[in-house]
Design a protein around this ligand. Structure first.
Ligand SMILES: Nc1nc2c(c(=O)[nH]1)N[C@H]1C(S)=C(S)[C@@H](COP(=O)(O)O)O[C@H]1N2
Ligand SMILES: [Mo]
Length: 196
């Protein structure tokens, strides 16, 4: 059984300005995909929480499965329609940890050293999931095995691959690309590509 999660995109306004459609997910990353053994994999949830927790792969697989079909918009101007992901919904985190009122944003930490920041209002939304399957097959290593975040309404540099940590932060600190000139939020419909 899996619950279907719908993307929050206005279908008339489906292709953001300055983007063109492509039929595949182009692989983009700061390094080669890390080698991961699921039995050693751990996901830490820490920062502005009452008690930090560490999940194993079994813990992750025991969470309710959700499926999301959403368009994927890369800041380098390609958009791939109807990409189908399976994983768990971000709201699961709220039952796993008690998030402090001081939390304003999350930093996603990845096994390749990548990080990216997202304000809580954008993170805790109906169409945001952590995915471990792509088109109903295990997530390929190039696309983020074993776990990646999917935030369809922001440029895809926010959809961090190889996720190992979720840090709740009291301020919206910039991540890897955000420190190197990418926009702090990255809304494709507002063309928030680079700069503040
Ligand atoms: N851990 C990690 N996640 C990452 C990146 C990265 O370098 N490392 N690149 C980002 C960028 S810039 C894009 S466009 C998408 C690409 O996803 P894909 O390779 O599955 O198409 O992943 C994002 N997530
Ligand atoms: Mo990107």
């Amino acid at each position: 059984m899996r619950r279907i999660v719908s993307p929050i995109v206005n279908r008339e306004d489906r292709l953001p300005p300055g983007q063109h459609w492509t039929n595949k997910l182009h692989i983009l990353g700061i390094s080669e995909p890390p080698d991961i053994d699921l039995s050693n994999y751990r996901l830490s949830i820490f920062g502005e929480v009452e008690e930090k927790i560490i999940l194993t792969w079994d813990d992750i697989e025991s969470l309710e499965k959700v499926e999301l079909t959403a368009d994927f918009h890369c800041v380098t101007r390609w958009s791939c329609p109807d990409v189908r992901w399976t994983g768990f919904h971000v709201n699961e985190l709220k039952s796993l940890v008690s998030i402090k009122e001081t939390a304003q944003a999350v930093m996603i930490h990845s096994l390749d050293g990548y990080t990216t920041n997202i304000p809580l209002d954008y993170f805790f939304d109906e169409d945001v999931i952590f995915a471990y399957r792509l088109f109903d097959k295990p997530l390929p290593s190039d696309h983020g095995f074993p776990l990646r975040l999917i935030v369809p309404k922001l440029y895809s540099w926010k959809s961090a691959k190889f996720v190992s940590g979720i840090e709740f932060m009291s301020e919206n600190r910039p991540g890897y690309w955000e420190q190197r000139g990418y926009h702090i939020l990255g809304d494709p419909w507002k063309e928030q590509r680079y700069g503040i």
